[in-house]
Design a protein around this ligand. Structure first.
Ligand code: C2E
Ligand code: MG
Ligand code: MG
Ligand code: MG
Length: 294
């Protein structure tokens, strides 16, 4: 569907090859061109259920396939996308592509009730009027049941316009979509807001996980987050698990899910499809050779 969309846009604005990468283009123009020309890609990092060891879904992560540089990670362009507002268009492309893929996973895996795709939502998207309608339309178009979609927001996005954010999250929840707070512990971390916003999952920020078992204060924070989540009935995801020690630590604390290089790096759609539908070996901490990073 996305390819078709790009093609339509390209047909409307035919561009010669020499025009594609103008020398010394303004970075904002260059990013706008890239979005228009269909250079945004989506890769997927599996999430693993820490009790069963099975992959239960994947997080969609945007990449820019730059014609000269190759794949660029979001740290190279997401700030500019935020400032120019292009992040709204990029986010819409990622959402549609991710739901398209997830509809394939759920069709291919018989026990797919718990299978989820996780999509990052920027503050700009969250506050845009009609975001809920966009999500509803994407679910309808792709045939993905809402229970398979998790939207990730940051604490900062929630805090920017609390009333609007809370209202939008309630509408999304009413659709059956679940909400995760990304990088939990790095933003305001006002515990009070967790009761104000309808939230289903907390993702423990990588900076806490990465020092697991090494720093008493970080460990105490991680433990407090997991305990709090349990009390509030929320699931926890440990982000950025890289070592067996971190894996053992977050498992012992009672985290529900984990993602990180120990299990799998972000991979293209075909690879995550194979992982999630059982064609490729289950990512387990022991043994699984790291997939090539993208
Ligand atoms: P995030 O949502 O917290 O995503 C997790 C990031 O941590 C990803 O970086 C992932 O590749 C990286 N990561 C995962 N496991 C490990 C690990 O074990 N070690 C280390 N060192 N890193 C790990 P990535 O893909 O570069 O994305 C960076 C951030 O860009 C994301 O952080 C998210 O905030 C943002 N982002 C990515 N895709 C999108 C998108 O489609 N829309 C929006 N609005 N933001 C996005
Ligand atoms: Mg995220
Ligand atoms: Mg995160
Ligand atoms: Mg992050």
């Amino acid at each position: 569907a996305d390819d078709a969309m790009y093609r339509v846009k390209r047909d409307q604005e035919p561009r010669g090859a020499s025009e594609r990468v103008p020398a010394a283009a303004d970075p904002a123009d260059e990013l706008a061109r890239a979005v228009r020309d269909g250079e945004m890609r989506v890769v997927y990092q599996p999430l693993v259920d820490l009790r069963s060891g099975r992959p239960t879904g994947a997080e969609a992560l945007v990449r820019w396939e730059h014609p000269v540089d190759g794949l660029r990670t979001p740290d190279r362009f997401l700030g500019l996308a935020e400032r120019t507002g292009l992040v709204v268009e990029i986010g819409a492309l990622v959402l549609r592509e991710a739901c398209t893929q997830a509809a394939r996973w759920t069709a291919a895996r018989p026990d797919a009730t718990g299978l989820t795709v996780t999509v990052n939502v920027s503050a700009r998207q969250l506050s845009a009027p009609g975001f809920t309608d966009d999500v509803r339309a994407v679910l309808a178009d792709t045939g993905l049941a809402a229970r398979h979609l998790v939207l990730e927001v940051t604490e900062t996005a929630l805090m920017e316009d609390q009333e609007t954010a809370a209202a939008t999250l309630r509408r999304l929840r009413a659709l059956g979509v679940r909400i995760a707070v990304d990088d939990f512990g790095t933003g305001y971390s006002s515990l009070a807001y967790l009761s104000r916003f309808p939230v289903d999952l907390l993702k423990v920020a990588r900076e806490f996980v990465s020092r697991a078992g090494e720093d008493g204060d970080d460990d105490a924070i991680t433990r407090a987050i997991v305990d709090l989540a349990g009390t509030l009935g929320l699931l926890t995801v440990a982000e950025g698990v890289e070592t067996a020690r971190q894996y053992e630590f977050v498992t012992a604390l009672g985290c529900d899910l984990a993602q990180g290089h120990l299990f799998a790096r972000p991979v293209p759609a075909e690879v995550v499809h194979a992982i999630l539908t059982g064609v490729e070996g289950t990512p387990r901490p022991a043994g699984a050779a790291p997939s090539p990073a993208v």
